[in-house]
Ligand binder design. Structure first.
Ligand code: 7PM
Length: 272
């Protein structure tokens, strides 16, 4: 069971979270009219393609990305969330900043996707005071340096222990289990070998008793295996999403919603 505000999923089939990145306008006049319109159009297309949840991000959580200030992030994401008002699926806000979480939830988002697992000051409490869902993700290090020297004694054990602690912290703050999702954070301070260990051991995360989200779409781990550039990783991404679902992922976070939904339909029918 997963509750995001007024939306409730029984999780009898895997869910597809579609990624909507709000990129800055290339010819910026201080406003974001073109990027807002493009993101809203993209979000509506992902709904048509069969997405169950939309994840709206102002690009502040990308590994290696330049720091995006809170006001800039708000200027990017809020008009998109407001423009999607009344859409028939839950909107997730991809941010680690409590100020952005608060404003996005007030504007209609009902899920927080936090690569920092609500470790920022005040983040647990602010989410607890809503009926929103939250995705608690693991990362090692900070986005600007985390791919330099990832190190683990046992990556699956360490990620598991971290997520167990964050689920306990969220529950202690008053966030019900039905609102919590966990994510091992593929590519966030992990080598290819670490990512493969996590995928092979994904089943074990189910013991935490909350839905598991997996995000491998178009990531460099897939590029490292196939030798393909980011725009040519659709087939690899669909295969990775299917393998994650086969290993118990309840939600996959993807760019290529239509292709992933088709693949998961085949998986479901074979499993009937
Ligand atoms: C460059 C590299 C740009 C990687 C963007 C990315 C996840 C996430 C991201 C994930 C959750 C992307 C990533 N990845 N949130 N945000 N899980 N919960 O592919 O794996 O969008 S950023």
């Amino acid at each position: 069971m997963l509750s995001c505000g007024k939306f409730h999923f029984d999780l009898t089939r895997p869910l597809v979270m579609g990624i909507v990145n709000v990129t800055p306008d290339s010819f910026s006049d201080g406003g974001h009219h073109a990027s807002t319109a493009a993101a809203i159009a993209h979000a509506r297309q992902l709904l048509q393609d069969g997405a169950d949840i939309l994840d709206i991000g102002g690009e502040s959580t990308r590994p290696g990305a330049a720091y995006v200030g809170e006001q800039e992030e708000l200027d990017r994401v809020l008009p998109v969330i407001e423009g999607l008002h009344g859409i028939a699926l839950p909107i997730s806000i991809d941010t680690w900043k409590p100020g952005v979480m608060t404003a996005a939830l007030a504007a209609g988002a009902c899920m927080v996707n936090d690569v920092n697992a609500l470790q920022a000051e005040g983040a647990l409490e602010l989410v607890a005071n809503t009926d929103a869902a939250v995705c608690l993700m693991h990362k090692q290090g900070d986005p600007h340096n985390m791919q330099e020297q990832p190190h683990y004694r046992n990556v699956t054990d360490e990620v598991y222990a971290f997520l167990r602690e964050r689920v306990a912290a969220a529950e202690a703050a008053g966030i019900a289990r039905e609102r919590i999702v966990i994510d091992p954070g593929f590519g966030f301070g992990k080598t290819l070998a670490h990512n493969l260990d996590l995928l092979r051991g994904l089943e074990s995360f189910r013991a935490l008793g909350v839905p598991v989200l997996a995000g491998m779409s178009r990531k460099s781990m897939l590029g490292a295996i196939t030798g393909r550039e980011v725009g040519e990783r659709v087939a690899a991404s669909v295969a990775a999403a299917l393998l994650a679902v086969q290993r118990g992922a309840a939600i996959v976070r993807v760019h290529d919603v239509r292709e992933t939904v088709d693949a998961l339909r085949i998986w479901q029918v074979v499993n009937e």
